[in-house]
Design a protein around this ligand. Structure first.
Ligand SMILES: [Cu+2]
Length: 456
């Protein structure tokens, strides 16, 4: 046996013996004593730890898992402790940490502590700074934290495959003494995937044309909202070890970029903005006071990234008059629906009506209090409320004060008639003055103002 491996295995064995006798202190049990506001990883979790001889000990198990991107889509991922991203590691500057890594993957692995300043032999580069962790083996990484900030961990062995399947997570180091009190501290990992419809294993060889975009491994409408109280000081930490850059945009607020993976930005050098670009290998911490109640979108601003799979590889039909074509095509493609002439907004209605390919997500989804939201992918809601029963419950839709919602201008609706006309989103020729369903496709008819307002 290689001497280094013998030492590592010995330290694991010793750690196990000591752990059995040690008082088990979990992060949860200790929450009230923590010298920091615990980070919330929406749709994710925080890794528990126990004190073993003055060392904070964590345990990551890397293994294949089934991961739900959103209801209706489950992928074959490679996970830490059953999740992608893996559970968030939280510690405090000055802590000595030991992270046990057990490999239950079919091949060798290693874990890199991305951005953490540590001895070279703990850097986790399989073949370069340590032997690869073979299937069935457990390695111990141990080092003292000499910095604070938002760092990450990820596989550094067969990276293209292992990271492409989800082996990544946050490693957050809190300062000994925080300069500003944070009320709500969130961490969101940005990832993109290519999962061919009707399949479940991400294609890791795809380099650029991804079709699923996720916040903490979830695509809208599977993303949890960020719930905060009016006046809360909010931090959001973004991490990215993928292939794409993601400009993340917030509505209703401006934030300041207060830290990067390299450390804090001095107050005099922080700049305000509403969109922060997060490139592969980077973390960005933003802070703001949530001073505007409402339901505010928080999303990637690349147009295809707050969308799901079906926006890809479709013919461009915008402005193409398809009148009469539909019936002809139906003779060879039963059930064919002409669409796209006025844009892709009909996609959401169609997805709710027609069965699509298995195990993928409709391009647009989500119904709001005023109609379809038409989003997917890297999209969630920042829900700011004056009153909150609990941070852990979705407070429902925002109740707008009277007179504060954009509305149709009275008298401008139509010069011909004042009654509402109901039309089929798929078949504009189907028009009637009562609500009902389309005789051609069965879809619920919608008031014309919702479907066709640009023509008035
Ligand atoms: Cu993006």
């Amino acid at each position: 046996m290689h001497p280094l491996r013998r030492i590592l295995l010995l330290s694991v064995a010793l750690a196990g013996v000591v752990a059995g006798a040690a008082c088990l202190v979990t992060a949860q049990a200790n929450a009230r004593d923590l010298p920091y506001t615990p980070v919330v990883t929406p749709n994710g979790s925080t890794l528990e730890w126990k004190m073993v001889d003055g060392v904070k000990e964590f345990h990551l198990i890397v293994e294949p898992c089934k991961h739900e991107i959103a209801p209706g889509m489950v992928i074959n991922a490679w996970c830490y402790n059953g999740q992608t991203p893996g559970p968030t590691i939280e510690a405090v500057e000055g802590d000595r940490v030991r992270i046990l890594v057990t490999n239950k993957l079919p091949g060798p692995t290693a874990v890199h502590w991305h951005g953490v300043l540590l001895p070279n032999g703990m850097d986790g580069i399989g073949g370069l700074t340590q032997p690869h962790i073979q299937p069935g083996e457990t390695f111990a990484y141990e080092f003292t934290l000499h910095q604070h900030g938002t760092q990450m961990y990820h596989s550094h062995s067969d990276e293209m495959v292992q990271m492409g399947l989800g082996t990544m997570g946050f490693f957050i180091i809190h300062p000994r003494k925080a300069e500003t009190k944070i009320d709500r501290d969130f961490a969101i990992f940005l990832s993109e995937w290519f999962v061919r419809p009707d399949t479940a294993t991400p294609d890791v060889s795809v380099m650029t044309d991804f079709n699923i975009f996720t916040f903490n491994g979830r695509a809208y409408p599977g993303t949890a909202p960020l719930v905060v109280k009016t006046g809360d000081r909010v931090r959001i930490r973004f991490g990215n070890v993928g292939q794409e850059s993601h400009p993340i945009h917030v509505h209703g607020h401006a934030w300041k970029v207060v830290a990067t993976d390299g450390g804090d930005i001095p107050a005099s050098a922080q700049w305000p903005e509403t969109t922060v670009a997060v490139f592969p290998g980077q973390t960005r911490d933003v802070e703001f006071v949530a001073d505007a109640p409402g339901d505010w979108p928080l999303h990637c601003h690349r147009r295809h990234h707050p969308m799901n799979a079906m926006g890809h590889d479709i013919p461009n039909m915008i402005g193409v008059n398809q009148a009469g074509v539909e019936e002809q095509v139906q003779q060879v493609v039963p059930g064919y629906m002409a669409m796209g002439e006025k844009g892709m907004g009909d996609m959401q209605a169609m997805a709710g009506h027609m069965p699509g390919p298995a195990n993928t997500l409709p391009m647009m989804a989500g119904d709001g209090p005023f109609g379809p939201i038409g989003m997917g992918g890297m999209f969630t809601l920042l829900k700011v409320r004056d009153q909150l029963a609990s941070y852990d419950e979705d407070p429902g839709w925002y109740q707008h004060p009277a007179g504060t919602v954009a509305a149709r201008v009275a008298g401008e609706a139509s010069s011909a008639t004042t009654s509402t006309v109901y039309v089929c989103p798929m078949h504009p020729e189907v028009r009637q003055i009562q609500p009902g369903s389309c005789p051609k496709c069965g879809m619920t008819l919608r008031p014309e103002s919702e479907t066709d307002s640009e023509q008035h």
